[in-house]
Design a protein around this ligand. Sequence first.
Ligand code: MRU
Length: 362
Amino acid sequence: MSEKISIMDIDTVSLDDENSQIVIIDQTLLPYETKTIRLTSQKQIWEAIYKLQVRGAPAIGVCAGFGLYLAAKEIAAGTQDYDEFYEAFVKAKDYLDSSRPTAVNLSWALNQLDRVVCANKGKSVPEVLEALHKEAMRIQEEDIRACYKLGEYGLSLLKKGDGLLTHCNAGKLAATRYGMATAPMYLGQEKGYNFHVYCDETRPVLQGARLTAKELMDSGIDTTVICDNMSSSLMKEGKVQAVFVGCDRVAANGDTANKIGTSGVAIIAKHYGVPMYIMAPTSTIDMNTATGADIKIEQRAAEEVTEMWYEKRMAPEGVKVYNPSFDVTDNSLITAIVTEYGIARPPFTESLKKIMEIKAEA
Ligand code: MRU
């Protein structure tokens, strides 16, 4: 009899032993099939990010970091001249950066690698490659560490038996381990907190129903899926003591872009006096973006809304479709932004600046 595989035992994104392929869980197949796929070419990596085979801000960052390292290896096979190498490197970087616009982790990770190449100018191309490999691995390790710290800070905000609501998937599948919104849930599970977790199904791509519910259930957490229009009734009944969501980009004033629907949940939470927590590794905080109005929101294909999950079309042919992938939650609706360097509370312009200063000194 074949043993049931837990999604928690497989890396969301990793580099294979020979450092020649990226291995990802194909998230478009979940929850029906748990399958890993291998990516080598830039086109495959770009498409895997665009098609949401790998998704979630930190996981996209880690994947892009590995992807640019693989591109650098390929470029180095054709030239040992630094300037030629760097020109092709920048092209590969820009190409990967164009796969999705909202999650800042993508460009953040690519810029980290770019910095390494520039800092190693004057060294041989193999030495530059070695430094790039180290940096790509560091980004992944840093993500694991950050998620664990988010879990500890997040747990400090909760009591045993709390009911928690989450939107989209800011879990292990959106990162490399623990996840962001799920990190306090997993840590609480280890410590016997017995949380009841409600997952918004998260239309149109159903990251909540397909992914968050799957990973929480695989971890033995009490999990209930709700439709996106049910959170108000749940909060009215007093079943939710806190909302935990991830984020794709936090502006310097605390305005937060996350999966479409998050701002609605935040408005409802405020109405019922339920705290709204944003779980934000500092790689998602973008101090160069002043407010949410400056965040580019990805628009996605109409088919995600009209025909994705059923054999038959769900909406009339030719109907207009509005499909923004993210929305911005105003900072006034956010109780706290939890980072791996501490918990930022309003006013966020000051508290986030302080967090970034602590990070710079660490
Ligand atoms: O379109 P997706 O599935 O990549 O969107 C993911 C989210 O919105 C997550 O909540 C976000 O990336 C959080 S992970 C810090």
